[in-house]
Design a protein around this ligand. Structure first.
Ligand SMILES: Cc1cc2nc3c(=O)[nH]c(=O)nc-3n(C[C@H](O)[C@H](O)[C@H](O)COP(=O)(O)OP(=O)(O)OC[C@H]3O[C@@H](n4cnc5c(N)ncnc54)[C@H](O)[C@@H]3O)c2cc1C
Length: 435
């Protein structure tokens, strides 16, 4: 096995690690690699996919589909398979992964380890609820675990931050779809109250809100609510010329307050009064940013942070206050999302809870870090939690208070990995395995 010493980062690029990475091409090679944590496509933003105290196994070449049953929609794929590839492959046959995050590059292993949610969490729940079996490397051998036969280990693995071991492959229950198109209706929400009203009353399977985090006063909370359903109508891509790439790190003024505010206003006004409906290709709806490769370079060399929290339904005034704080700070980028979540959480450490989730990107700076720390504290005070897939700044005390079942999870994980082999920078920073 070839090991390469590399400096590598998560998607936010604000934190980095130096260490050896192995990139196996055959599942058989995993048997010799089980003393290192696994990482996927490094689409988590902070330090969940970093191991600066050692080495890691990059799973991205283990991306084969191992079996597929067209009559049931059950698919077994290696852990490095990107979720978007599964959608592209199977949607023409009438099936797609039931839950997909906002990037198609996330791997099956990464989606399990974070128990990711999609734009349909309020209807279909989280990723782990649609995983029927996992092949986990235990003592050098693949062992199949299922929700019934190994309930405790399974629940510790779903949303388990890779701490129970290397996931070699998994079987997913996909959902029926009409084809490769999505009928997407976009509507303007003039302010916070209208935004929440549209999200909460939506009957669509897929719903998401884009938030203008620069708008203040009577426009606070304005944005665009998208509702979508699968359709057999063939989509026409609005993106001519294929995917684009950001060739270099952008200078600081690219995301200046004035630029962001101008961009957001134009983006908001693009939707006509009364809304509009279009047929979009599936990937354009689910993974809108994937067509711009390396878009994270727009934030410059120092990278960026994403703050993502979920607050319970009855804490909407507190969430509104957070949006106000962000708008006053003038630090937000155009990338801000508001979503409704249901109560389903498949793992002990899963992020989702019934309520509303807010995700906002901030270019790395001392001011941004201070603001995020304030937002983390406000999240805890409101009985909510932040998402480990995005976090780089929470404290151990905050994380443990937000995830009250952490000690039970740690006990199960420490049984599976007594040597703490699979710890990452995130689990060490937050002391999640120190009972
Ligand atoms: C543009 C964008 C949009 C996003 N939108 C959403 C969203 O809508 N909803 C959402 O929930 N998330 C979202 N995310 C976050 C992303 O889905 C998660 O961070 C996901 O875990 C990334 O998968 P990955 O393969 O890149 O994993 P990595 O980031 O490489 O790793 C994440 C974790 O998974 C573990 N892991 C990875 N592979 C394995 C394996 N084979 N065995 C054991 N452990 C493993 C790692 O140790 C680490 O703890 C988004 C990210 C981006 C960049």
């Amino acid at each position: 096995m070839l090991w390469n010493t590399q400096t590598y980062t998560g998607w936010g690029r604000a934190l980095s690690a130096e260490g050896e990475l192995a990139r196996p091409e055959r599942a058989a090679a995993l048997a010799g690699l089980v003393t290192h944590p696994a990482i996927g496509a490094r689409r988590s933003y902070g330090d969940a996919c970093l191991n600066s105290k050692g080495s890691a196994v990059d799973m991205s070449r283990l991306d084969r589909v191992l079996s597929f049953d067209v009559s049931t929609g059950l698919v077994e794929a290696e852990a490095g398979a990107p979720i978007g590839e599964l959608a592209r492959l199977f949607a023409p046959m009438g099936w797609m992964p039931t839950v997909m995050p906002g990037t198609g590059f996330a791997t099956v292993g990464g989606c399990i380890a974070m128990d990711v949610h999609g734009k349909n969490h309020h209807v279909d729940g989280s990723f782990g609820s649609h995983v029927t079996a996992i092949k986990l490397m235990v003592n050098g051998k693949p062992r199949t675990i299922t929700p019934k036969r190994n309930a405790a280990l399974f629940k510790a693995t779903i949303g388990g931050l890779g701490q129970t071991g290397i996931i070699a492959s998994a079987t997913l229950q996909m959902s029926r779809c009409e084809g490769t198109g999505m009928e997407v209706t976009e509507q303007r929400a003039e302010n916070w109250e209208e935004h929440i009203a549209l999200l909460s009353s939506s009957q669509a399977r897929y719903t998401v809100g884009w938030l203008d985090c620069t708008a203040k006063g009577k426009n606070l909370g304005r944005g665009i609510v998208e509702e979508a359903r699968s359709t057999a109508v063939r989509p026409q891509s609005s993106h001519k010329g294929g995917s684009k790439s950001v060739p270099f790190n952008f200078p600081r003024f690219t995301l200046s307050k004035a630029m962001v505010s101008g961009f957001n206003k134009a983006y908001y006004l693009r939707i006509r009064d009364g809304g509009q409906t279009r047929i979009k290709p599936l990937e354009e709806f689910f993974f809108p940013l994937d067509k711009i490769h390396n878009w994270n370079r727009l934030y410059g060399k120092s990278g960026f942070h994403q703050f993502q929290c979920v607050l319970p339904d009855d804490k909407l005034p507190e969430l509104r206050a957070m949006v106000e704080t962000i708008a006053q700070s003038g630090l937000a980028s155009p990338l801000a999302v508001l979503k409704r979540l249901g109560s389903d959480a498949a793992g002990v450490m899963s992020f989702p809870m019934q309520g509303y989730t807010l995700a906002v990107d901030f270019r790395e700076s001392e001011k941004a870090r201070k603001l995020i720390k304030k937002l983390n504290a406000a999240t805890l005070a409101a009985g909510g939690r932040i998402y480990f897939a995005k976090d780089s700044l929470a404290t151990e005390a905050e994380a443990k208070a937000m995830y009250p079942d952490w000690a039970a999870w740690a006990a199960e994980v420490n049984k599976a990995d007594p040597e703490h082999t699979f710890e990452t920078d995130l689990t060490r920073r937050l002391g999640l395995r120190s009972i």
